[in-house]
Design a protein around this ligand. Structure first.
Ligand code: CTP
Length: 401
């Protein structure tokens, strides 16, 4: 899956003066394995930490560092590298390089290449946490973002200087996802999307709750796919064990009421909303403050209905807003789907067949019947990530131009 994204893509990696430069050697190695065409530019300070030979060996190419090369094959490296690049990845980006790029300085090959390029630029700062939190650095990062560069937040942790804080180079798994996004078709670029995922938990007392078998995998796959396609993604998630997908803003909730509040308060600013969550239709009428002793539990549990979040979204839908619902059905898939599409004022409904062991709740794969106002499409039995992308293909067709 990843390989197709990177293969043959021209990526310029700019290595600057930070102890984290050695980590980026591993990144270059991985990109080369993914068959990307990697050219490394090193600043003078970068070369104090790792030798150009390391990057040359890992990328399989000459490393560039001189602005005014006299070599016949490289008289205008800054123009050629920048012009041909699909992506420029500046990592690690020192405080000094951030300041230069924020101000459009062009006193070394890396900064000149960035200025001379119109490719997407990803910047991964890495520095001591005091330098990172200094207002000057913060200002520079703000400016870099306003210039259209993507700045990937550093991680928090123990650094080479033995201080703990924010400033550690971001992890490659995360950065790789941003690289993949930059190299993918971004048909959701600039779009705010909200996805709800997972089950809800409806408490009976501090020890017990009512819930369902949803794992959240389908909603998380939709969030991951949307980020890859360029969207800004808000994921409202019920309790799951899944890690937050890279680049996604996750709001964690427990109950249907909490999900209702989170979803409704963010609805207006999202042009696409997908409700993949399995919201509990009912909650215990009373949430006891203390654990109910077993001899006090009655044979009937009194329930009261939760608000239907999707129905509410359908009622408040703004012109042009796209609303997608899910339905978990074990029979009459088409009829049930059409009924809910109309009743909840949806643009698309994805009907999950939960009658087989291999699809629906908790498993890796799915088979979905997609119904919209003008027809239906039976998606193949496939992974939830692939299903997510097929659903997005359908949604993208409905985006008003
Ligand atoms: N849903 C919701 N709020 C609820 C219940 C459901 O937003 N309180 C949403 C789900 O996220 C899903 C869709 O409604 O997108 C369909 O849920 P489903 O439980 O299948 O439909 P219901 O309308 O509850 O009908 P029934 O259970 O009778 O099939």
């Amino acid at each position: 899956m990843m390989q197709a994204v990177f293969a043959g893509k021209k990526i310029v990696v700019g290595v600057t003066g930070s102890i984290a430069a050695f980590k980026v050697a591993g990144w270059v190695s991985d990109l080369a394995k993914e068959e990307a065409d990697v050219s490394v530019i090193m600043t003078q300070s970068g070369m104090e930490f790792v030798t150009p030979l390391t990057f040359a060996a890992l990328s399989g190419r000459k490393v560039h560092s001189e602005m005014f090369g006299t070599e016949i094959d490289d008289p205008m490296a800054h123009i050629n590298l920048g012009r041909e690049a699909d992506l420029i990845l500046v990592a690690p980006a020192s405080a000094n390089t951030l300041a230069k790029l924020a101000n459009g300085l062009a006193d070394n090959l890396l900064c000149t290449t960035v200025l001379a390029s119109r490719a997407q630029v990803l910047i991964c700062p890495a520095m001591n946490s005091r330098m990172y939190s200094h207002p000057a650095t913060k200002e520079n990062i703000k400016r870099l973002k306003s210039l259209g560069y993507t700045v990937i937040n550093p991680a928090i942790g123990l650094m080479a200087c033995k201080e703990e804080g924010e400033g550690r180079l971001a992890e490659w798994d995360d950065v790789k996802e941003y690289v993949a996004r930059a190299l993918s078709v971004n048909d959701l670029r600039g779009t705010n999307v909200m996805i709800s995922a997972g089950p809800t938990r409806e408490p009976l007392d501090p020890a017990r709750y009512l819930s369902n078998r949803s794992s959240g995998k389908m909603g998380y796959a939709l969030a991951r796919a949307a980020f890859r396609r360029g969207a800004h993604v808000t994921l409202v998630s019920g309790p799951t064990t899944l890690p937050c997908p890279v680049g996604v803003d996750r709001l964690q909730v427990q109950t249907a009421d909490e999900m209702y509040n989170a979803v409704i308060s963010h609805a207006a600013k999202n042009s696409i909303i997908i409700k993949a969550a399995a919201v509990a239709d009912y909650k215990p009428a009373k949430n006891h403050e203390h654990k109910v002793k077993k001899d006090q539990i009655k044979s009937h549990l009194e329930l009261e209905p939760n608000k239907d979040i999707l129905l509410a979204l359908g009622k408040m839908k703004k012109p042009g807003q796209i609303l997608v619902g899910f339905a978990a059905e074990s029979q009459n898939l088409r009829d049930e789907g059409v009924k809910k599409l109309k009743k909840k004022n949806l643009d698309i409904i994805a009907v999950n067949d939960i009658s087989t062991k291999n699809t629906g709740f908790e498993v890796e794969n799915n088979q979905v019947l997609l119904i919209n106002k003008s027809g239906e499409e039976q998606l193949p039995f496939t992974s939830k990530l692939h299903t997510a992308n097929l659903i997005w293909n359908d949604i993208v067709r409905l985006i008003p131009t």
